[in-house]
Design a protein around this ligand. Sequence first.
Ligand SMILES: Cc1cc2nc3c(=O)[nH]c(=O)nc-3n(C[C@H](O)[C@H](O)[C@H](O)COP(=O)(O)OP(=O)(O)OC[C@H]3O[C@@H](n4cnc5c(N)ncnc54)[C@H](O)[C@@H]3O)c2cc1C
Length: 418
Amino acid sequence: MPQHTDIAIIGAGAAGLAAGIFAAGTNPNLRIILLDSAKNIGAKILVSGGGRCNITNQRVTASDFHGNRKLIDRILRRFDEQATIRWFESLGVLLQTEATGKLFPVSNKARTVLDALHQRCAALGVSLLTQHPVRDITREGDEFSIQHSRGTLRANRVILATGGRSLPKTGSDGSGWALAQQLGHTVQPTHPALVPLLLDPSFFHATLSGISHDVMLTTTIAGKTIDRRTGSLLWTHFGISGPVVLDASRFWVRAATQKEDVHLYVNCFPQLSPHDIEKWLIQTAALPGRKTIPAILAERLPSRVAATLASVHEPDLSRTPVNLLSKEARRILVQSLTNLELPIIGSRGWNFAEVTAGGVPLEQISPQSMGSRIVPGLYVIGEMLDCDGRIGGFNFQWAWATGFLAGSHAALQFPSSD
Ligand SMILES: Cc1cc2nc3c(=O)[nH]c(=O)nc-3n(C[C@H](O)[C@H](O)[C@H](O)COP(=O)(O)OP(=O)(O)OC[C@H]3O[C@@H](n4cnc5c(N)ncnc54)[C@H](O)[C@@H]3O)c2cc1C
């Protein structure tokens, strides 16, 4: 005889746990079961934000996300960053805001966040079945039949919260999309986002490994700029990382996957125009002291970066005094400093991506409830959806907001206790 529940939530990550808590909080009489394939849930919460869990941001808008921004805006308005702060306070997790606008638990430990979510689920009587991968879901009459590794569960409402494909060892291996497809949804092509990028091994990046500084990155497709952003870039032994690279990566990865003519350029002087740099070099050349090019560039860049950039196109420039710089050499130098093409050969892939771009189209979901427009009684939330946020706590805000909407709406479909 298969087990029966009112609400089954598939996936006990950030979005699934939030949905369970809000469903149980809305109607305490309901039987709510969370099924997860992993042995230990919340692995992604534990590794997030460098082990500190960047829960949200002090200002969250639809422009911090990629996807259908009109729908994203409607969803975020129903549960904004202030609601997240109040909710975590009610779970006993106080948050602090950093200068960057990111919010972390005061404890600075992601474990505090996971424990609070876990404990509230237990206190509300939400059942958690770990090591229960779901393989199949069919709709039979008014109910769903859920095939998992240990049998069948029947449910009146199903909330799909199986995440994306980033960091698959945490349990988020993309298998949830097959469940959504089986029920009639489509899935936009997926690719890693917020992912470090690999550079051609013959490039100079390895010599700068560990150095970070502010840059502007420009992504072009067939010569047309599709993304431009400024922030901190980290040189590594394999290529580039750091917030600005992670945020830009989705554009390069998607275009490369589609075999488009994509290029990435770095400007190491985002605060100055090429004209200003040229003027600065000319003015410095007129000063006494005969400084070398690397020494001058080091006034505004980390010295190893300065030395490397000085000689990237003209090896002799690393020793040339600035007053002996020819007009043509100066032009090439300014080009290297402001528009240097980075020879990207790929990304570090799903094992290093923080999030997934692509997924179930938002147009197939009601922004009031996260309910499916295709399958009555089904909800889809979190990273499964075709929406990805930039670095800064936005992806968790998406998980909490969509979990809130689906959990509370699903619970309201049953008669209340009073
Ligand atoms: C290294 C790293 C750091 C990050 N840091 C941050 C950060 O600081 N701030 C931020 O906002 N975002 C961060 N993110 C992104 C954030 O973790 C995700 O966007 C968020 O966890 C997505 O939540 P989710 O519940 O949708 O999916 P997940 O957290 O991926 O949860 C999905 C769950 O579903 C389960 N599951 C999958 N398939 C099945 C199945 N077939 N049957 C049963 N269970 C299944 C999985 O085991 C998993 O537990 C980070 C991500 C990574 C990888």
